[in-house]
Every structure is written in structure tokens, then in C-alpha cells.
Design a binder for this molecule. Structure first.
Ligand code: PLP
Length: 381
């Protein structure tokens, strides 16, 4: 959109033109149901086969281990449900405190239904402690869920080590890799996870399409009970157009990892340096911690993020506060609260998240706008 500087790629990304082109035939003449037996449907069925292979390659899995879902939320719910259902003797789960709402709230739902949940705390930089995880997992633990990358801070969590701790106790392991895919290498096999979730719209595919990786041999009870689609693991006619597009997005995401690691990281680092140079009293969350190359969470002491975001919006700049705004009330984010940041500090945050489509030429004018508004908002106090 002309005049817009989009810096909120952890919220969603624009559909890549190649992804859109791959979707269009299935919104037109190739409308057959992939489960139908006749020629018209073959294109749809072939599109699913191809996309499954493309997604599998992105996350180092086999195509048989991939099922398509409606979103990251569904994938996370389905994984937690599968872990909870796997063994009636195991009624305990371990979930990190900084998970997305689709894990946190499903965990609370299970807690209300007879499961006990150990909520794994994080330190000031948003990192879990493997020792704490080791202490939490027991032979009664059904499953552990730790996200690969946090959506607000961009912090990367130690999935391979965490999965191995779960395995030592025979517990299943799920990782929400929604924010990691297409930004950093993801390896379901190398990490040794049982379940892994993705969401298409975070890596330049359409909204409303997701993936659940289910390790071959992992116990799985479907969440969507219906027909035999997805080898009986998820009922419902597949969203063929979005899935075909997501396959292309996965391929482009795998090819762009170098661009993310070098160009996008350099742009993010430039933005952080420029902001820190122009604005006094700025803190970059997790600056020296392992984190996504595209994400910057800034603490801008003395500024209400809501007011800052509204001013930036008037300039056509889209950023986020990383906080949940529930029914008009500005609630400090649960992630920041878990990191021990509360009150005014947690309400003075700005999340900037980039992608390979971010406008390099406009970053400096975005920095100037942010600096100008921060200065004026601070002066009003
Ligand atoms: N998990 C993480 C880490 C996310 O950031 C999001 C979306 O913001 C989701 C899950 C949910 O994905 P979806 O929007 O596809 O339901």
C-alpha cells in the first residue's frame, strides 16, 4: 500500500507475489476437491502433495509427517490435546510462561480439566532455564511445550536440549515454531521434537492456513474429527489454494534464510543503533541474547506505547507494542510480566519486526519519526 511503512512482520506478512500466483489457479478453474476421484480434482490433490514436500523441506521433516491446519492456533491446540490424550496415566504438562495465547490458554483449559501444569519461568531476557525444566519434568509428565522463538522479544529458546530432557522421562515435546520458520533454520528431526507448529501468514503465505508436524510414530488423536483427509489426522476439506501458496512460501522461506541472517539482521541492527543514538534512555530487550534476526523490542522509558503507536499510524508507520489490548484497556504483556517487567516499563514498549520485504530506504525516516514522537511524548510528561 502506497505510503505505508510496514514494520510489524511478527503480526503478519504480505503475501509474496509468487505465493499469490500459486494460489490463483485453485481459486479459479482448478476448483476440484482433492479427495474426489476424477481428473478435475487431480490438480488439487497434486498441489497438496507438492506443498507437503515443500513444507517438509523447510522444517527438515518427511511429507508424511506434515498435516495442514487452519492456523498456528489450531496446530498448537491440536498438539497440546494430542499430548494430553496420549497416556491416561500421565496428567502433568510443562509449559513455558512466554508461550502464545494458543498454548497458554489451552494449558489453562487443561488445568481446569484435571491436568496439573508447571509453568516454566523465564529470566530477565526471556530465556528459560534448562535446570528448571529438568526439575519440572517427571515420569508423570505427558508433554512439554516450549516455543522456538518468542513473538514479542524474538528470543530463541533451546529446543534441542529441552526436547531431550522431555524424552529422558518419556514425555512428548511440542514446539511452536510459528515465529521461527523462514527466519532461522528449523529442524524437526534435528531438534528431536514430536510436534511442531507453523502458521502460513508469518512467512508470506495467506492467513488462515497452518501446519502441524507430527513425528512418525508419535501418538496423535485428531482435534478435527471428520473425514479421512490428512491421512485421518485432520478432518475437513483442505484449503487447497492457501496450502499451494504456503508450499511456495516455504520454498522461498528456505531460500531466504541467508538474506534474513545477513541483510535483515543488518537492517534491524542499524535501526537499533540509530534509535539508541537519537533517543536517550532506550533499552533493547535481549540485545546480546540469541534472538531472531528481524525482531527488535525496545523499552522507551516514559512513553505510553498506545500513544506512540497512534502517532506512528498517522505517519503511515505500522509497529506494535507487543502488548495485548483487551477491550480498550491497555494490559501489560504477559511475556514482559513473566520477564519481571511491569507497570510503566512494560507499557513503554515498541516492537519493530522486519521481513525480507521491509523497505530499506525508509528505515531512517521511520527512525526519525519514532525519535520525534518519543521526544514530544516525553516532553508532555
Ligand atoms: N504462535 C505464535 C508464536 C504466534 O506469534 C502466533 C500469531 O501471532 C500464533 C502462534 C498463532 O498463529 P495464527 O495467527 O495462525 O493462529
Amino acid at each position: 500500500m502506497a505510503g505505508i511503512i510496514y514494520l510489524d512482520s511478527n503480526a503478519t506478512t504480505a503475501v509474496d507475489p509468487a505465493v499469490r500466483a500459486a494460489m490463483l489457479p485453485f481459486l479459479g478453474e482448478h476448483f476440484g476437491n482433492p479427495s474426489s476421484p476424477y481428473t478435475l480434482a487431480r490438480g488439487s490433490a497434486a498441489a497438496l502433495v507438492r506443498a507437503r514436500e515443500q513444507v517438509a523441506r523447510l522444517i527438515d521433516a518427511t511429507p508424511e509427517e506434515i498435516i495442514f491446519t487452519s492456523c498456528g492456533t489450531e496446530s498448537n491446540n491440536a498438539a497440546l490435546r494430542a499430548m494430553a490424550d496420549a497416556d491416561p496415566r500421565r496428567r502433568h504438562l510443562v509449559l513455558s510462561r512466554v508461550e502464545h495465547a494458543s498454548v497458554l490458554n489451552y494449558g489453562k483449559h487443561l488445568e481446569n480439566n484435571g491436568f496439573s501444569v508447571t509453568w516454566l519461568e523465564v529470566d530477565r531476557s526471556g530465556q528459560i532455564s534448562l535446570d528448571a525444566l529438568r526439575a519440572a519434568v517427571t515420569d508423570e509428565t505427558a508433554g512439554v511445550s516450549v516455543m522456538a522463538a518468542n513473538n514479542e522479544t524474538g528470543i530463541l529458546l533451546p529446543i534441542r536440549d529441552a526436547a531431550s530432557i522431555a524424552r529422558e522421562h518419556g514425555a512428548l515435546f511440542h514446539t511452536d515454531a510459528v515465529q521461527a520458520a523462514g527466519k532461522v533454520p528449523v529442524s524437526a528431526r534435528g531438534w528431536g521434537v514430536d510436534f511442531l507448529s507453523l502458521s502460513g501468514h508469518k512467512f508470506h503465505a495467506a492467513k488462515g492456513v497452518g501446519v502441524l508436524y507430527i513425528r512418525k510414530g508419535a501418538p496423535f488423536s485428531p482435534c478435527m474429527i471428520g473425514g479421512e483427509q490428512e491421512s485421518g489426522r485432520r478432518g475437513g476439506t483442505e484449503n487447497v489454494a492457501s496450502i499451494a501458496g504456503m508450499g511456495v512460501a516455504a520454498e522461498l522461506g528456505a531460500k531466504s534464510l541467508g538474506v534474513m541472517a545477513i541483510q535483515v539482521r543488518a537492517l534491524r541492527d542499524h535501526l537499533e543503533q540509530a534509535i539508541s543514538h537519537r533517543i536517550p534512555d532506550v533499552f533493547v530487550v535481549g540485545r546480546n541474547a540469541p534472538r531472531l534476526p528481524n525482531t527488535s523490542l525496545l523499552l522507551l522509558g516514559g512513553v505510553e506505547s498506545e500513544a506512540l503507536l497512534a502517532l506512528l499510524d498517522m505517519d503511515g508507520i505500522c509497529c506494535s507494542s507487543g502488548s495485548a489490548c483487551a477491550s480498550g484497556a491497555h494490559e501489560p504483556s504477559q511475556v514482559l510480566a513473566a520477564m519481571g517487567l511491569s507497570g510503566g516499563v512494560a507499557r513503554a514498549v515498541l516492537r519493530v519486526s522486519l521481513s525480507r520485504h521491509s523497505p530499506v530506504a525508509e528505515i531512517d525516516s521511520a527512525v526519525a519519526a519514532i525519535a520525534g514522537h518519543v521526544e514530544r511524548l516525553r516532553a508532555r510528561k
